[in-house]
Design a protein around this ligand. Structure first.
Ligand SMILES: [Zn+2]
Length: 364
């Protein structure tokens, strides 16, 4: 199996186009053409993880955080980034990062956190803009089923738990084939009228190219008439942060104890307890202060995240509890998430979780 097969599977879960602009997800070292010998899943691709990969005869590290984030001006081993990159290149280790694209899908980092805590009725806390489009095309009636199915198979027509959603309007198409054309139906130089269906299907913006090419491949016409229109609707499963609910409300101390036990924490930094019970919870793994206002607007009783600064704790306004559980701690289950999905997809293959604690933060 080529490393490229692993990437294309991971990209079907979290398309790289869903990463934030500042991010650097994707293949960082190595080549997609290499044969994959084994995979190590980790939050961080550090030099120790690269050494672990070598020792365990794996040549692919799938990490959440990209080891190269800004640019590299020199590669002489003066810092941990350069050391890691040198070790990876010397040992033919591929490093692949699946970062904010995995934060931006509901089955990603935050959905996994929510499931570990036992939240239900999950939704995205801050849906991403410009993620949906509408595709219209015009097809002779007897070929409409083929074209519709091709669009569905390529990923169009999904709304919530419903697939194969489309709307179909009959009408008459006209066209006159010119010199050099090879019309599917009708004669050169004469106007032809054809009974057609106008098919409209909602599509995820990031799949536009593959859906349009699947549609064209299934369409009988030499020149396919179609429109792609941007929508201001938001894709309910794409975006950052997750909102969910407990089955039963929990008192605040029980809630914090629950977090301690699920995430194996020695300490939680949090805002003042209010004596209210906790039912609705917002969360965002990693540095999630930017979603405090979204969490407030969602009327969550608590917001679980990490890397919260002193002044940002004030932003809770006494309306909800902010619980800062630590960056690594909040994202730790991403390692199992990656390992589980990869092992399920490639069951005969070595997919390991790193044995190295890459958290740079210790508590005294
Ligand atoms: Zn992170």
């Amino acid at each position: 199996m080529q490393i490229a097969e692993v990437f294309s599977f991971l990209e079907s879960l979290a398309n790289p186009s869903l990463q934030e602009q500042y991010d650097n997800a994707g293949l960082i070292t190595g080549s997609p053409d290499w044969e994959c010998l084994g995979i190590i899943c980790s939050l961080d691709a550090t030099e120790d993880v690269v050494k672990e990969a070598v020792a365990k005869k794996c040549n692919l590290v799938v990490a959440h955080h990209p080891i190269i984030f800004g640019g590299l001006k020199k590669i002489n081993g003066k810092n941990y980034v350069e050391k890691t990159v040198i070790a990876a290149i010397k040992n033919d280790i591929a490093i692949y990062a699946i970062h904010t694209n995995l934060d931006n899908v509901i089955e990603g980092v935050n959905g996994k956190m929510a499931k570990m805590i036992g939240l239900q009725k999950l939704s995205i806390l801050s849906p991403k803009e410009n993620t949906l489009k509408k595709l219209f095309t015009f097809v002779p009636v007897d070929k409409a089923g083929d074209v519709r199915n091709a669009i569905f198979i390529a990923g169009g027509g999904q709304i919530g738990n419903y697939t194969e959603c489309s709307f179909n309007i009959p009408g008459t198409g006209t066209f006159k084939a010119g010199a050099g054309a090879d019309p599917y139906i009708g004669d050169i130089g004469k106007q032809h009228q054809e009974n057609e269906l106008k098919i409209e299907v909602i599509i995820p913006a990031y799949l536009e190219r593959s859906i349009v090419s699947a549609m064209k491949a299934a369409h009988p016409y030499e020149e396919v008439a179609y429109d792609v229109v941007a929508l201001s609707n938001k894709h309910p499963q794409i975006g950052t942060g997750v909102l969910g609910e407990f089955d039963q409300p929990m008192d605040e101390k029980a809630f914090l104890n629950h977090l301690k036990s699920v995430f194996q924490l020695s300490v939680i930094r949090h805002t003042q307890l209010k004596g209210k019970s906790i039912k609705k919870v917002a969360l965002c793994g990693g540095a999630g202060s930017f979603l405090i206002s979204n969490a407030l607007r969602s009327s969550a009783d608590a917001y679980i995240t990490a890397d919260v600064k002193y002044h940002e704790f004030f932003d809770a306004n006494g309306q909800m509890i902010i619980a800062d559980i630590g960056h690594y701690e909040s994202e730790q289950f991403t390692i199992s998430l990656l390992q589980e999905v990869l092992e399920q997809k490639f069951p005969t293959f070595a997919v390991l979780k790193t044995g190295i604690r890459t958290n740079p933060v210790y508590y005294f």
